[in-house]
Design a protein around this ligand. Structure first.
Ligand code: PGA
Ligand code: ZN
Length: 451
């Protein structure tokens, strides 16, 4: 039966007055209309924007898209037609405007779990490939924004409530990707990301100042060494100079940190994205390494440079390598070991990583799993295991600032947002600056992390 009709019948049955004012109040926070649009992401590829309306509120969300996607990520639905070289998302738009709009109409926007269950039911596949994780995520996130409005809360306040986060709200430490390689840049550097982690700041605003200054010092160093052409930026706003080895990258980043005056106040992170380098038990980083050889190589890098965090150091199914690394090198050097392709924000993959002691932190990307409910579940599991959570953008992203609120709401100690450059990255940094300025009781996670 139509949900409006059944509500009305219930009202009549229970003898409540069906006066139009009351009906307005009762239906106020229910989904009235869902509409999707095909728009563009930061790489110039199509993605969707979803807008959800109740009679009084509006929620929206954009969906990002990765390049170095993990094998176990939920799957995007693309048109595979002539438009946009197959990357169009008109099918997605159509499913939302017709099927999902009809199915979810009448559900309260504050019923996040019910909405997400309904979306999963419509898909009914393990990896959300039927109607698409992009389709599902756009709706799932937009609903929560409408719910925040319905509750007259900031999005981060609402997400904190949904996550049952009772701690004092805290601003995350940024992980700023200032040097790009791998699948994000047109150079020969195999490691994907070299990140600035300003643990020594006292506030988020100060962290941004440190990152911004160091970024410009780095630009000058690259310009002096390689010429102005080498200061063009990769997908996430980091520089992509013509270098080949991780050592060259680490020298550049270390020099920039020192020259900017932030030695030991900005630590270094790396996202190796090793699944992209793996082939038949070998890791190709310019030279070929076995997992054991790569482990020793990391140890040498840790002894020489101020690296405190390493993401996806091994392939997503190379359990033995992760375990060995955790028990030896990472323990000795007290390095944060981060799962991304390994864990894909999927509660099952996170559970598996916890049970096997594969890492001690996870990247949290809502579009890897597709619903807000499952994203929060993955975060909860990681926190319960005593792990760090790093909320993260994708290399193809948009002006949407949702993940900034998500990081604050769940109390993530870190957030990975690219360089302090390009609108789709700065929008998220700027939202965090605004949140910090408006919070009455605020904290910065700098002291909280173990490194
Ligand atoms: P992606 O890269 O968005 O292209 O997957 C980001 C990452 O690997 O962390
Ligand atoms: Zn990664």
């Amino acid at each position: 039966m139509d949900k409006y009709l059944s509500e009305t019948i219930t009202l009549i049955k229970t003898n409540l007055p069906t006066h139009s004012y009351l009906r307005e109040v009762v239906f106020l926070d229910k989904i009235h209309e869902i509409k999707a649009y095909q728009v563009l992401d930061s790489r110039g590829n199509p993605t969707i924007k979803v807008v959800i309306k109740t009679k009084k509120h509006i929620g929206y969300a954009f969906v990002p898209s990765g390049a170095s996607t993990g094998l176990y990520e939920a799957v995007e639905l693309r048109d595979n037609k002539k438009a946009y070289n197959g990357k169009g998302v008109e099918k997605t738009v159509d499913i939302i405007n017709k099927k999902i709009n009809k199915q979810l109409k009448g559900i309260k926007v504050t019923e996040q779990e019910e909405v997400d269950l309904e979306l999963k039911r419509l898909d009914a596949t393990e990896n959300k490939s039927k109607i698409g994780a992009n389709t599902i995520l756009g709706v799932s996130l937009a609903v929560s924004r409408a719910a925040a409005q319905a509750k007259d809360k900031e999005l981060y306040e609402y997400l904190a409530e949904l996550f049952k986060n009772k701690k004092k709200l805290m601003l995350p430490i940024p992980q700023a990707n200032v040097l790009n390689g791998g699948e994000h840049a047109g150079n020969y550097l195999k490691f994907q990301e070299f990140l600035l982690i300003p643990t020594g700041a006292k506030s988020f605003a100060e962290a941004m100042r440190m990152v911004g200054e160091t970024y410009h010092v780095l630009k000058k160093i690259i310009d002096d060494k390689f010429g102005i052409n080498a200061t063009n930026v990769g997908d996430e706003g980091g520089f992509a100079p013509p270098i080949r080895t991780p050592e060259e990258a680490l020298e550049l980043v270390s020099e920039a940190i020192t020259k900017a005056g932030y030695k030991r106040k900005i630590r270094i992170g790396m996202d190796v994205a090793a699944s992209s380098l793996y082939n038949e038990n070998e890791y190709d980083i310019g030279v070929s390494f076995s997992a054991k050889g790569l482990t020793s190589y990391y140890d040498r890098l840790f002894s020489k440079y101020d690296i405190k965090s390493i993401e996806d150091p091994f392939e997503q199914d190379d359990n033995e390598a992760w375990q060995e690394f955790m028990n030896t090198v990472a323990k000795k050097r007290r390095v944060q070991v981060v799962g991304d392709d390994l864990t894909v924000s999927n509660p099952h993959r996170v559970r598996r990583a916890i049970n096997n002691n594969l890492c001690n932190a996870i990247i949290l990307k809502p579009n890897q799993i597709g619903t807000l409910t499952e994203t929060l579940k993955a975060a909860e599991m990681a926190f319960d295991a005593g792990w760090e959570v790093i909320v993260s953008h994708r290399s193809g992203d948009t002006e949407d600032t949702y993940i900034s609120d998500l990081a604050v709401g769940i109390g993530a100690s870190q957030i990975k947002l690219g360089a302090p450059c390009r609108g789709e990255r700065t929008s998220k940094y700027n939202r965090l600056i605004e949140i910090e300025a408006n919070l009455k009781k605020k904290g910065y996670a700098g002291k909280k992390v173990k490194f």
